[in-house]
Ligand binder design. Sequence first.
Ligand SMILES: Cc1cc2nc3c(=O)[nH]c(=O)nc-3n(C[C@H](O)[C@H](O)[C@H](O)COP(=O)(O)OP(=O)(O)OC[C@H]3O[C@@H](n4cnc5c(N)ncnc54)[C@H](O)[C@@H]3O)c2cc1C
Ligand code: SF4
Length: 455
Amino acid sequence: MPKLSVEERIHSFKEVALGYTEKQAIAEAKRCLQCKVPRCVEGCPVNIDIPAFIKFISEGRFEEAIKKVREKNSLPAICGRVCPQETQCMGRCVRGIKGTPINIGALERFVADWERRTGRIKTEVAPPTGRKVAVVGSGPAGLTAAAELAKLGHDVTIFEALHKPGGVLMYGIPEFRMPKDIVIDEINYVKSLGVKIETDIIIGKVITLNELFEMGFDAVFIGTGAGLPRFLGIPGENLCGIYSANEFLIRINLMKAYRFPEYDTPVKVGKRVAVIGGGNVAMDAARSALRLGGDVTVIYRRTELEMPARREEIENAKEEGVKFLFLATPVRFIGDDKGWVRAVECVRMRLGEPDETGRRRPIPIEGSEFKVEADTVVVAIGQRPNPIAVRGEKSIKLTSHGTIVVNPETYETTRRGVFAGGDIVTGNATVISAMGAAKKAAKAIHEYLMGGGDN
Ligand SMILES: Cc1cc2nc3c(=O)[nH]c(=O)nc-3n(C[C@H](O)[C@H](O)[C@H](O)COP(=O)(O)OP(=O)(O)OC[C@H]3O[C@@H](n4cnc5c(N)ncnc54)[C@H](O)[C@@H]3O)c2cc1C
Ligand code: SF4
């Protein structure tokens, strides 16, 4: 996949991956073996008929290719960009056993971008069923559930707490990985199916679940994600200059801090920035801070091998000049007399036996404390589910982690007529897993409604 030069990247928020040309896409598609038992499809949580859409590309039949993808995936321009294909479809491709797997994500992105350039292909929508569904949250789970239900003829309204729909795609993943005009385009596709979107409405505060049913909705899908930041819980974490990754990225992506003064909502990025964590969120925060002029060091308690971030994003971060400090973890933040952070005191770690995640457990080395100078710190160590939508709803059972308990087949919660999927059920995961769950939930909601389901 061709990429923007490093020089151009570090001074802008322009998209880094440039996408295939028609010629490159056809050449890549021609490498596909058209396996009779395609292992790639088994690796796709939404079961796209991968060999079929790749065959269409290899023949230059791009319209048929995008139609094939859209049969199973309502957000292909998004998935083609941010899905961890290397551990899903592409990770299973037989071409990868002895050589290079087919770049399925890049091909999916290619046909989605081709459709954007040449005009949207109309999707068939079933005649109205007269049943109404409320979808809470407009991230990948909410958008997918809404699209699937609208295609089946249901009257769907999405309620979103923020002023813009899109969830993490809009407020979390930066422009240089997920351009916002593409997210808006995919949202417009969902709207073109008849879905209505109401922003600035926090379900659980402005409208309760009971009130949604009183308003005439026959079923509810909850896709409220995992948007609550986790903190380290160490001394000094309240000093000025220390952000949660959520706040830092929301200021940059949703409030467009990188376009100050055109947008009057800046974010303060100091000379030396420390980002704590090793996942995609940490990489996004580090690369954003670098673009805003910081000298950035990622502090991670294990080694590069155990980092949960996508390899491609770690490589991009390194190319751009982000530094990495492995096998270290903060134990306290040190501030100046005005209350601003000045340094992170860390302790060195060693790796022990594998823990429940299969990764080797980091163990602190006693007496190995040292300081890293920093005037901005971004804590990116994970998110928790946001409980507001179901707070006080005794009929909806939660796990000890705050995620919603659902029937694993139907995604129905412990309250009849209320379904849930995405990060609010699994804890923070991936775009495609949220979409996969939402598709299954939509199917179950449809069966519930057509079976005469009454709450
Ligand atoms: C910075 C960052 C980078 C990431 N990078 C990747 C990546 O590269 N690849 C990947 O696959 N995954 C990535 N992820 C994870 C992925 O984005 C999530 O797994 C996915 O967005 C989950 O989708 P969702 O629809 O369940 O939740 P979200 O996307 O979190 O959407 C939930 C929506 O619900 C709204 N909401 C919450 N409470 C309420 C309420 N009470 N009423 C109304 N609305 C409400 C929220 O405002 C939000 O818009 C990343 C996550 C982050 C934070
Ligand atoms: S496994 Fe690879 S080669 Fe086989 S059909 Fe899928 S993409 Fe093509």
